[in-house]
Ligand binder design. Structure first.
Ligand SMILES: CC(C)(COP(=O)(O)OP(=O)(O)OC[C@H]1O[C@@H](n2cnc3c(N)ncnc32)[C@H](O)[C@@H]1OP(=O)(O)O)[C@@H](O)C(=O)NCCC(=O)NCCS
Length: 193
């Protein structure tokens, strides 16, 4: 695996998964409320599933089309986030967080940092994402980051064992640049004393 410089945010560090994450991964991912919102997470999430996922990391990174990271707080894995090319040619962002850590703004913080890395570091032209219609928290996060709804699709859900309606969203580079310019606007208005 090529050396990846961890992404450091105010409260979190996003870094590649490590073998020592195994126990936390099983503990936090083995949760129906997590799995039911994700397309590719199995449920129950067994130790074998964790071994399979950890064992795939080197190959995923080597392909150069996936950045898959653990969300960590004080060195401990609390969730996962990534951006990568999956079953279509577009780079898609996905994330999950262990339930004990919900509603503290952690994924907003992590996803914002990964979004910026994707445009600045990976030089992507666009990021896509999607959420199931009842996943309002994920919709709120993506909307805050500038994503806009594009279409409805049907996606397979490993946990549910069927296809589920998904609301697709996208964030083109041009819109991200606009947002960056807007968020810098207050600085431009600062008048020297
Ligand atoms: C969805 C998930 C990632 C959210 O993570 P989180 O760290 O709790 O999210 P944050 O605290 O950063 O932000 C949640 C936002 O959703 C809002 N929100 C939460 N529940 C909501 C609801 N029921 N309706 C509307 N908005 C809601 C919060 O107010 C917050 O918005 P704000 O910052 O504008 O106030 C987390 O619950 C999770 O991992 N769920 C299971 C897996 C999953 O759904 N992954 C995403 C698949 S698309």
């Amino acid at each position: 695996m090529a050396k990846f410089e961890p992404i450091v945010t105010e409260r979190l560090v996003l870094r590649p998964l490590e073998a020592r994450d195994r126990a936390r991964l099983v503990k936090l991912a083995n949760n129906w409320k997590v799995a039911k919102n994700l397309s590719t997470m199995p449920y129950p999430y067994t130790e074998a599933a964790a071994d399979d996922w950890l064992g795939k990391q080197a190959e995923l990174w080597a392909g150069g089309k996936t950045v898959t990271l653990a969300i960590t707080e004080d060195g401990e894995m609390i969730g996962g986030i990534g951006v990568g090319v999956r079953d279509h040619s577009e780079w898609e962002m996905g994330y999950w967080l262990g339930e004990p850590y919900w509603n503290r703004g952690y994924v907003s913080e992590a996803a914002r940092a990964l979004r910026d890395y994707a445009f600045e570091g990976l030089k992507l032209d666009k990021i896509v994402a999607g959420h199931y219609p009842d996943n309002h928290a994920s919709g709120a996060i993506l909307t805050k980051l500038g994503f806009r709804y594009t279409k409805e699709t049907l996606r397979p859900s490993l946990a549910l064992g069927c296809k589920v309606k998904c609301l697709d969203m996208e964030l083109p580079r041009a819109r991200w640049l606009e947002l960056q310019a807007t968020s810098r606007a207050p600085n431009l208005l600062r008048v020297p004393a």
